[in-house]
Design a protein around this ligand. Structure first.
Ligand SMILES: Cc1cc2nc3c(=O)[nH]c(=O)nc-3n(C[C@H](O)[C@H](O)[C@H](O)COP(=O)(O)OP(=O)(O)OC[C@H]3O[C@@H](n4cnc5c(N)ncnc54)[C@H](O)[C@@H]3O)c2cc1C
Length: 402
């Protein structure tokens, strides 16, 4: 694949028109955190029939599973695995408000994705469908104050078996959608007396309002304000076996690792949106801004910035196209490939956006010109879904293990 098809471009233009009409006028409210993103995202889903597509693919996936036929992991994604239909809205939304994609991606890809991979048919019916249609908001909670990059080793949240139930205690931080989530996929360790590092990882599905579960208000942060991030506190939350996600090989740890690959490859599409927008805004500005009787685009140091942005755009676009092509062939990137995609494209988006701020001079530092928001938002790509440093370790570990 070297280009989007004519049909892809029609989808892109329709999404772009919707974003211009619905998202751009709300950017200030989104970036101040005053407007949670969920009604806008539901509007996107309804406008493009993605809620209905999700509903019908959910039904056919469950029917297949009940009939004993294998289903593909992306059967219940909007467009049933049509890469353009899932990638183009991500790219277009990230030109304007990358947080919308984080909020949506965590709810659909991580919360619903884990339930659809590891849940029983009853659990999928109970929680999966409402998440996949965006009727409900999902969160996916691993990170704790003392265990970020060492997520499983340092995990302190516990579940203790008492009769037929588990009693869960612990806290989570930096949880996307945490403040508003209706459904929370929660990771903790079975408290069975073994040393903490050797304990089994369990995954529960929790509902907003359960006794002992406290979801905080959004944390104040640097950027990505259109994706609310919060803390969770659990004090003797009682969960029955019906809330335990037990299916899937390798348990909670392995399933979380499988999510890394999808999430990391997705960051490349997000980065592409930021890069394309920053490049477009920078070229426009370099043409219009005049100093010393000439446009700043005639200065070689400005040209170097534009050239580097174009190199980054081409490289990240190639990664995205390669990923689309692999999806079409039903191939999944290796951990090293997905981590390399994330490492490169997150750094590229962050650098391009910061260079755009520089190119705009004082105006770049002002919100009105938009590049400062994209720079603040893009920085998060280098931290969540594994920091840059962790991508390096995962790439090397995967390569060395072969
Ligand atoms: C906006 C946002 C949204 C998030 N959403 C979620 C969510 O929905 N669910 C969730 O569970 N988590 C979420 N996170 C948490 C995120 O995954 C963690 O912040 C991330 O994994 C890093 O962990 P940490 O913040 O504890 O940093 P730490 O692990 O404390 O890292 C501190 C520094 O040490 C470096 N470091 C750590 N280990 C190594 C090593 N082995 N070698 C070299 N350097 C190392 C790191 O790269 C970093 O520079 C989110 C974070 C952010 C910022």
């Amino acid at each position: 694949m070297i280009e989007w098809s004519a049909e892809d471009l029609m989808i892109r233009d329709a999404v772009r028109d919707w974003i211009d009409a619905e998202v751009r006028p709300n950017l200030d409210a989104l970036d101040s955190g005053e407007l949670p993103p969920y009604d806008l995202l539901r509007g996107l889903y309804k406008t493009f029939g993605m809620d209905e597509m999700a509903r019908s693919s959910f039904r056919s996936r469950l029917d297949k599973e009940r009939a004993g036929e294998p289903s593909r992991a992306d059967d219940d994604r909007p467009g049933g695995g049509n890469a353009a239909m899932s990638m183009l809205p991500v790219i277009e939304l990230c030109k304007v408000a990358p947080g919308l994609v984080s909020a949506m991606g965590v709810s659909l890809g991580l919360a619903a994705g884990t339930i659809m991979k590891r849940g029983t048919a009853e659990q999928k019916e109970r929680w999966g469908l409402d998440l996949l249609t965006l009727d409900k908001v999902g969160a996916w909670a691993i990170t704790e104050p003392n265990s970020g990059s060492d997520a499983f080793g340092g995990m302190q949240a516990t579940a203790r078996k008492v009769g037929d139930e588990y009693v869960i205690n612990g806290s989570k931080t930096f949880i996307t959608n945490g403040p508003y989530a209706d459904t929370i996929v929660f990771y903790c360790k079975l408290d069975d007396g073994r040393p903490a590092r050797d304990r089994e990882i369990l995954t529960f599905v929790l509902d907003r309002g359960m006794p002992g579960l406290d979801q905080t208000r959004p944390l104040r942060k640097m950027g990505l304000h259109s994706s609310p991030t919060g803390e969770l506190f659990l004090n003797d939350v009682r969960a029955g076996e019906d809330r335990l996600l037990a299916a899937g090989s390798g348990g909670g740890k392995e399933s979380a690792k499988q999510n890394f690959v999808t999430e990391r490859a997705g960051v490349a599409a997000m980065a592409l949106g930021v890069i394309e927008e920053c490049l477009k805004l920078s070229v426009d500005y370099a043409r219009k801004r005049e100093l010393w009787g000439q446009r700043i685009g005639d200065f070689q140091l400005i040209q170097l910035k534009l050239a580097r942005m174009e190199v980054a755009r081409l490289n990240v676009q190639n990664l995205v196209f390669r990923h689309v092509e692999m999806q079409r062939q039903g191939r999944t990137p290796t951990l090293a490939e997905a981590s390399a995609m994330k490492l490169y494209s997150a750094q590229a988006a962050s650098e391009v956006a910061m260079e755009a701020v520089q190119l705009f001079g004082g105006n770049g530092y002002m919100s009105e010109y938009r590049v400062e928001q994209l720079a603040r938002d893009a920085k998060s790509f280098q931290i969540y879904a594994g920091t840059d440093e962790i991508q390096v370790t995962h790439i090397a570990r995967d390569l060395l293990s072969r």
